[in-house]
Design a binder for this molecule. Structure first.
Ligand SMILES: O=c1[nH]c(=O)c2[nH]c(=O)[nH]c2[nH]1
Length: 300
């Protein structure tokens, strides 16, 4: 086929401002509150012309979408990442005819109040809470809503109650079987709600608690089994959740061989390897629910 005969056509497209960092301070007297978000806006609709003809007549600028994030933070405050995402998505789809759907992704960085020497809390001093981030993703097409909440970077470790044995032994298998190992992972989870009538902060906190309780409470024969227990606990205990997808890197802790130094190592000294790592991923659904969470989510 000649180059002239091969015609290109425009496929799926979206645009918007990615990673707008917005920090909102709310002051109630001398006590201050902080919300720290990274917001990505992604819009789709009647956007053929901008790609094909050079007409920008349908284009709400990415600059304006960024400004909207800041203006809404001022005007409406940020009650939760989900509520803020819903407000933005509704605004873009209902205020601009050519925009048919909006996807808002939010990462939230948690700040905790710094304690005071007398056991109280400083009213306006904060410390960033670890590496963990809360995530929210809102999709609105003018009719249907999809809200997916999640968390990333929640690092957990069990010092026992983890075995791993009975696996396939091919000619390349060298891993020793173990009846007692350290099990550690970084929990990356996203869960999809059935609707939008949800107590976003409460549901998020309950989901996080259930993930932690299942990790701590499961006697594990593999990280796969622990993953399923974590996902199942969230789906079974939170009626508003349809499905959850977990991505768990196995943060291997290898026993160090101390025999060259004449020392025994009875599960006491480990080498924490950072790579490569096993990557265990699965979706857990409410029985009968449609799987809609993408297996490979786009970033940001
Ligand atoms: O929990 C585990 N699951 C695996 O599939 C696996 N593979 C491996 O080498 N170690 C582990 N641990």
């Amino acid at each position: 086929m000649t180059a002239e005969a091969r015609r290109a056509v425009l496929g799926q497209n979206q645009y918007g401002k990615a990673e707008t960092r917005v920090v909102r301070i709310t002051r109630s007297g001398t006590t201050h509150h902080i919300k720290d978000l990274n917001v990505s806006v992604s819009l789709s609709g009647a956007m053929d012309d901008v790609h094909l003809t050079g007409s920008n007549a349908h284009v709400l600028t990415t600059d304006a979408t960024k400004n909207t994030v800041y203006a809404f933070a001022r005007e409406h405050g940020i009650a939760s990442a989900e509520e803020f995402g819903i407000r933005l998505a509704r605004h873009f789809v209902t205020s601009q005819e050519p925009i048919h759907s909006a996807r808002i992704r939010v990462e939230e960085y948690a700040w905790e109040r710094i304690g005071t020497p007398d056991g109280g809390e400083a009213p306006h001093s904060f410390v960033r809470a670890g590496r963990e981030t809360r995530t929210a993703e809102v999709l609105y097409d003018g009719e249907e809503w999809e809200v997916v909440s999640g968390l990333e970077g929640l690092v957990v470790l069990n010092t026992t109650d983890s075995e791993f044995h009975g696996y396939v032994k091919d000619r390349y298998t060298t891993l020793p079987e173990t009846r007692d190992r350290v099990l550690a992972t970084e929990v990356n989870a996203r869960w999809r709600y059935a609707g939008t009538d949800v107590d976003w902060d409460g549901a998020w906190a309950r989901a996080r608690d259930h993930l932690l309780h299942a990790f701590a409470g499961t006697y594990s024969y593999s990280l796969q089994q622990t993953l399923y227990a974590m996902g199942a606990r969230v789906v079974e205990r939170l009626p508003e959740v349809e499905e959850i997808r977990l991505s768990l890197p196995n943060k291997h802790h290898f026993l160090v061989d101390l025999e060259p130094f004449g020392l025994k190592n009875d599960n006491e000294v480990y080498y924490a390897a950072d790579r490569p790592y096993g990557l265990i991923e699965a979706t857990v659904l409410r029985d009968g629910a449609q799987p809609r969470l993408p297996v490979h989510p786009a970033r940001p």
